[in-house]
Write a protein that binds this ligand. Sequence first.
Ligand code: C5P
Length: 397
Amino acid sequence: MTVKGKRILLGLTGGIAAYKAAELARALGRAGCDVRVAMTEAATRFITPVTLQALTGQAVWTDLWDPRVADNMSHIELSRDRDLILVAPASADFMAKAAQGLADDLLTTLVLARRCPLMVAPAMNVEMWDNPATQRNLRTLRADGVVFAGPAAGDQACGETGMGRMLEPAAIVAEVEALFQPKSLAGKRVLVTAGPTEERIDPVRVITNTSSGKMGYAVARAAREAGAEVTLVSGPVALEAPAGVARVSVRSAQQMFDAVKAAVKGSDIFISVAAVADWKVKNSSRQKIKKANGRAPALQFEENPDILAWVAAQKDAPFCVGFAAESEKVEAHARAKRLKKGVPLIAANLAQTAMGADDNALTLYDDRGRHPLGRGPKLDQARKLVAHFAAMLNKAR
Ligand code: C5P
């Protein structure tokens, strides 16, 4: 599900990160959202309402007593038709007021009068964030069902470093998208493998493959967005773990197998996206192999454990989803693999175009046949995959 057509009230409070809210308003607009803006008086000291008005094409609201709204009921009118109130940047003062239910300006009044969810993207100095009062307010707001986007750690405008930086606009849009995903996996525990594995030849050389981990990470994120508790066992990749996902980093297929064995107990769903090496080097060397007068080293191989087949064969196995990356005869190989590994669902793709790319075109195979997902960004493909197996699981109940 996209955020197209979602009606968002973007609230700005006083903080230097308010300049990023201009980019955020544009990004939300580009994603198809209908954006209205309310600013506190302090926010208007950092960025002018005219900027936000020009970017959203809508009047900007700053005053509880705005004469444009009849009966001074702007706090009701402005929040009523909204699907979300997003406060970015949210100051420590805003969090304190919202936690207490104070309503002494337009934005806090809108927040108190809302019927829709509230998402807060904090932005403040590290000491203000760490202050026990702010942390207490954070806990209170979370307990009240408020969703937090960030903050992140890093350099701050005041010259200090630490927690309190507002998330970048693109990351906030991603959190908004996540919020609107159907919670089809609520209460489920999901285990995902992702990325390549590395098989050692000697202390400096490995055999690996071109898997980037992007598909597996997208699947982990989509499962998390759908409300699952997600563990991601990842081979060596240069990707950040998706927010709220517990990552276990491994290198070799054997390490991946061990990590899966340790984590699979209690999992409801296992999604095996990793490109696991089929073979490991039996005679790997403890020392760096030296050149030997033009003679190639004689590597011997032994088979790695098939992690997916092992999980699928367990008593009380979780619902298993396999992947098949094939360079030819994708359908025939995928169908055969589904039966051989004993899994209810296989997601197949053409290795040449899928591996390393940002887009994919998955086709799902289950006992009802073939389900092409079309082509699109890996996160969209992952969301469709999650929707597919969540429906299979719900039917099986
Ligand atoms: O047999 P093949 O490697 O083509 O199967 C692909 C599927 O099996 C993927 O889901 C992959 O993660 C999984 N697999 C595995 N352990 C292996 C090999 C593949 O879990 N050793």
